[in-house]
Design a protein around this ligand. Structure first.
Ligand code: ZN
Length: 460
């Protein structure tokens, strides 16, 4: 067991907090060393550069990245000299299976980042230090536009498991980094039962910023609304991470905490960045990598799956990597009021597997599924699981206002979207467990592509 885990398991809470404070400070130092400052200046400069200058620099970075990749990665060696669209597409399964020939550095020479894969297989990506410093420089530069800097009070809701059962009994649901003024909340225990402990800890702390899983912050907010609680502090901005930000997350969170919600996209495998500007547009940052949007036949499109070529993955180079997310580009004529020439994305649709399959209607996406709760009273949260093409199981955590009548409303709304051939089974539950990563999944689709095929044939 690593020292960090030993401390988490056995040390008293104050001792743990001190440990966390020191460890975090060490991490920040590591990220802020070397090229960090230079990259901060770099991104500030290109924020206001002309579109021509940005395009030129993006091309330079792509050339440099492909050259470095084909020189140091055995997997990519044979593609030396090719232009981007001549490279093969990299599938997730290939990345998992051929990691050792794709990567260019040893674990000990870089920073290891673990991500949860869709199949539960976790993926290990090694970052070069310089790339990590660049990613943090850009992230900090982005958040600084909203007044954030290290040392401001932040409530953090991430997937770290940091609370033990005996802590829960005592109502302790967080850990503190005293040095950097961060309160880390456990995202695994937000429930009706633990709500008071969370609310008290949040109100006492009075953070200026919130960072983390939007579904967790949303859960906390819904429970506060149910109890007609008013938050008397003032949160400036919430920076959601890791999950798709659904419209109701935005409205409920800003209602309860009075904050703006500013979204970003940057998957942990090392995707290029999409960042929300103060005018509410999601801008692709062209100096962080290339986004190719493709349709089902992998041909260029305005809406569809993305292939990413991030410039900050020298340690584990990803070229035309099929990351599993979808976006829709705004029309080229669209000009954002913020003045930036960076391309705008109309929406980002998290994981491509986040849909329910309907033999009648095809893929029913996350946004549509989540809309089923509109005008339905009493639902606190829910999850749809599909194991067969003609049925779904919906687990609902609800309060007493979710009467039989409301249940029918909800099932009708679901049936409207899924069509008449899909049976909806409703289960009322006390709690819906999160994924091992701490993320909440609204939709779990366990159908194989073959099953969907069969379903289409039978349904048509
Ligand atoms: Zn803008």
């Amino acid at each position: 067991m690593a020292l960090k885990d030993l401390i988490l398991k056995y040390a008293p809470i104050v001792g743990q907090n001190i440990g966390i404070s020191l460890y975090n400070t060490y991490l920040y130092k590591q990220r802020h060393r070397g090229h960090y400052k230079a990259y901060g200046d770099y991104y500030r400069h290109y924020e206001n550069a002309s579109p021509q200058e940005v395009a030129q620099e993006a091309q330079n970075r792509l050339n440099e990245f492909l050259l470095a990749t084909t020189e140091s990665s055995p997997w990519y060696r044979e593609h030396r000299g090719k232009s981007l669209h001549e490279f093969p597409i990299l599938e997730k399964a290939q990345l998992l299976a051929h990691m050792d020939s794709i990567r260019t550095i040893e674990e000990k020479d870089g920073i290891v980042s673990l991500t949860g894969g869709t199949t539960g297989a976790s993926m290990k990506v090694i970052y070069a230090h310089k790339d990590m410093q660049e990613r943090f420089a850009l992230k900090d530069h982005f958040r600084a536009r909203y007044g954030y800097r290290l040392g401001k009070k932040v409530a953090w809701f991430s997937g770290k498991s940091l609370v033990r059962p005996k802590d829960l009994e005592r109502g302790n649901v967080f850990r503190d980094d005293y040095i950097n003024k961060i309160r880390f909340f456990s995202t695994f225990h937000i429930s009706q039962q633990n709500f008071d402990a969370y609310w008290r800890a949040f109100c006492d702390f009075k953070p200026e910023y919130i960072v983390g899983f939007p579904s967790s912050v949303y859960d906390l907010c819904t429970m506060a609304l149910e109890r007609k609680l008013k938050y008397d502090g003032a949160v400036t901005t919430f920076f959601p991470t890791a999950e798709t930000v659904l419209p109701q997350y935005r409205s409920v969170i800003s209602e309860v905490f009075g904050c703006q919600v500013v979204d970003q996209y940057a998957a942990s495998e090392g995707a290029p960045f999409i960042l929300e500007c103060p005018h509410g547009s999601l801008h692709i940052h062209p100096l962080t990598g290339v986004f190719e949007v493709v349709d089902e036949n992998l041909q260029p499109a305005n809406e569809g799956e993305i292939l990413v070529t991030p410039f900050t993955t020298h340690g584990t180079p990803l070229v035309r990597y099929r990351i599993g997310d979808r976006i829709k580009l705004a029309p080229e004529s669209f000009r954002c009021a913020c003045g930036s020439s960076f391309p705008v994305v109309e929406y980002i649709d998290g994981r491509t597997s986040d849909f329910i399959w309907s033999p009648e209607n095809g893929k029913v996406n996350l946004g549509n599924i989540s809309n089923c709760t509109k005008d339905v009273n009493g639902i606190i949260c829910f999850q749809v699981v599909q194991n067969e093409a003609d049925a779904v199981h919906v687990s609902v955590v609800a309060n007493e206002r979710f009467t039989l009548e409301e249940q029918h409303h909800f099932i009708d709304a679901m049936a409207l979207r899924l069509g008449t051939t899909v049976t909806v089974h409703l289960d009322l539950v006390d709690e819906i467990p999160r994924e091992p990563s701490g993320k909440f999944r609204l939709v779990k689709n366990r159908l194989t592509p073959e099953l969907m095929q069969v379903a289409t044939v039978q349904g048509s």
